[in-house]
Design a protein around this ligand. Structure first.
Ligand code: SAM
Length: 249
């Protein structure tokens, strides 16, 4: 289902003499590594408005920074409230989340973003179009237990065009109940789903466990153990010259 921007009574757009007020994601601001990644992908595909897919976009923490730089963004999430606004559990009880669509309207960026309410594992992209696909903290959601991690990762990978980049941040298990779930990755398990014939894994870093402040959807301080993987899709073997097919990246 391709739900394009619709009027939203909860938008709080405030225009000041010609300047558009920036809105904020309730998930906070992107880390500096995201801006570094954008700059590197822009350098790899110069002089273009890039096609960027954010899978599990919520209210647009990564969507708006990409759209503000002039890129065309495909923003997919299953969560109606995150996309269109509504109540969420917050630190002191329920809070109002304006949602991605309201933020885009306020910043007049809706022409740059296709907002799609869908399961990104089930929806098949029409073509492998993205110069960059990003998914952040989404794979471990319990709704994804209905799919094997192999299917989840294959689906995420399918959004990326040849020579395009894929960035995933993922959770490693911290408790016994996580260890029983395939969608919390043990060290190296995600990397193993990136065959060298198709992908060049540029890094797969596991950071020490981190205390995170309470945030929307998780209103108490808590620990997470994050991994970060960046890979680049190779040109498909079928399209490489015959002399080039045997060697790895
Ligand atoms: C941790 S939140 C996103 C926060 C993130 N830091 C951001 O703002 O981009 C992960 C999001 O992924 C979404 N999600 C998880 N699995 C999904 C799936 N299979 N299809 C669509 N959305 C999914 C959840 O609904 C949630 O909004």
């Amino acid at each position: 289902m391709d739900v394009r921007i619709a009027a939203d009574q909860h938008g709080q757009g405030r225009l000041t003499t010609g300047r558009i007020m920036r809105t904020k994601s309730m998930w906070g601001v992107p880390p500096s590594r995201f801006y570094r990644l954008l700059r590197n992908v822009e350098a790899a595909f110069p002089a273009r408005s890039l096609s960027i897919a954010i899978l599990g976009c919520s209210d647009g923490k990564f969507v708006l920074p990409a759209a503000r730089r002039g890129h065309q963004v495909l923003a997919i999430d299953i969560d109606q409230v995150a996309l269109f606004g509504g109540k969420k559990p917050g630190i002191g009880g329920e809070v109002w989340m304006p949602g991605l669509v309201a933020r885009l309207q306020q910043e007049k960026l809706h022409h740059r973003v296709d907002v799609v309410q869908a399961d990104f594992v089930e929806g098949k992209p029409a073509q492998r179009a993205a110069h960059l696909a990003v998914t952040s903290g989404s794979i471990q959601y319990s709704r994804n237990l209905q799919h094997s991690v192999r299917a989840i990762v294959a689906s995420i990978q399918s959004f990326v065009r040849p020579r395009g980049y894929l960035y995933i941040d993922y959770m490693l298990p911290m408790e016994q109940k996580h260890r029983e779930r395939e969608n919390f990755f043990a060290r190296g398990a995600l990397h193993a789903l990136f065959p060298a014939t198709e992908w060049h894994v540029l890094y797969d870093r596991v950071l020490p466990p981190l205390l995170e402040k309470a945030h929307v959807d998780n209103p108490v301080d808590h620990f997470h153990h994050w991994g970060h993987l960046l890979a680049r899709r190779q040109v498909s073997p079928a399209r490489r010259p015959r002399s080039d097919r045997r060697g790895g990246p």
